[in-house]
Write a protein that binds this ligand. Structure first.
Ligand code: C5P
Length: 197
């Protein structure tokens, strides 16, 4: 497999209210984006790293990440992934899509996603059982508690055969998907789960 990691970092971080996009918030004196990229640059199974950065910060991101290719992201996460896919080297056959907001992903999770792909999966997601108590919320306040048994949170990196991911992006209606696995699933591809962290 020739693997590229696509890091989506073009969100505004408006929920965080840090004054800069989330990917540029400093953690231990280094931007979140740098922490996230290091996990993939250092991983022996990943050859290339492509980053979708906020358009106004593409040059800053490129300076921070000399080992990555940096492209301007889009208005939505889905558009940012699509722009990064266009920048992949021709020989890449496998893509990991990762939210920079998850900057400290353990190498073991990347290992598990890559192992499932190497075993023949077309699409792989790390999942974690939900441990929070879940409630519905209405305009009037709290609704009933929801049974969390059988529910899992879906994380990143999500791994794909390149052809499968590119076809899903080309075929999807709209541009508001919140992850890539739901897009390939909508295109009829089976998604495999591995343990997240
Ligand atoms: O905003 P949300 O939590 O969905 O963002 C998830 C990830 O997608 C973040 O890493 C964010 O930087 C990225 N994103 C992006 N381009 C956008 C919106 C979000 O790369 N237009």
């Amino acid at each position: 497999m020739i693997v590229a990691a696509v890091l989506v970092a073009a969100g505004s971080g408006s929920r965080l209210r840090a004054g800069v996009p989330k990917a540029f918030v400093l953690v231990g004196a280094r931007p979140l984006l740098v922490h996230a990229a290091e996990r993939f640059v250092a991983h022996p199974g990943v050859r290339d790293v492509v980053v979708a950065a906020p358009a106004e910060l593409v040059e800053t991101a490129a300076e921070l990440l000399p080992h990555a290719r940096t492209v301007p992201g889009g208005v939505t996460r889905q558009q940012s992934v699509a722009r990064a896919l266009e920048a992949l080297a021709e020989d890449v056959d496998t893509v990991l899509v990762h939210d920079v907001a998850r900057a400290f992903v353990p190498a073991a999770v990347i290992d598990r996603v890559l192992a499932a792909l190497a075993s023949g999966a077309d699409a792989v997601v790390p999942t974690l059982p939900v441990t929070d108590t879940l409630r519905t919320v209405t305009a009037d306040g709290l609704g009933p508690t929801v049974d969390r048994a059988g529910l899992a949170g879906v994380q990143t990196p999500q791994g794909f055969r390149r052809s499968v991911l590119v076809a899903a992006h080309a075929g999807v209606a709209g541009d508001a998907a919140t992850d890539d696995a739901s897009m390939v699933e909508a295109a009829g591809v089976q998604v495999t789960a591995v343990a997240g962290a």
